[in-house]
Design a protein around this ligand. Sequence first.
Ligand SMILES: [Zn+2]
Length: 127
Amino acid sequence: MSNLKSIESYNLSQQLREQYQMAPRAGWDQSGKRGRDNHTILVNRAQVLDLTDRLRSEANIASVYTFERLNLVNVLEQLARGEHDAVICPECHRTYQTGWMNGQCVYCQCRKGASDFVQKLLVESDG
Ligand SMILES: [Zn+2]
């Protein structure tokens, strides 16, 4: 799934969440329980199937990226350990070399860069 497809799914889920939150009650899920959390609402089957497909796809991609990142971090730590400029980041406790990113922690900087990039995409997709 491309970045844009992922952002599209994020925005769609926000829109549908608001739509579902405001939808009138069609019935009760469990008899005898009264409360908003027990409401049922009418939802288009195709819309729900699209959402579950998107959720499954996003979960799969997130898992792959998570393990890919963990593997890359382990490789980088192995490369850094024992080198003369190796240090341990006080924030994430990972080992890196100060020569890699002007002395900054490569893992923290990459995480921050990724987070900033995604926030920028979300802001651009709103406007
Ligand atoms: Zn760090």
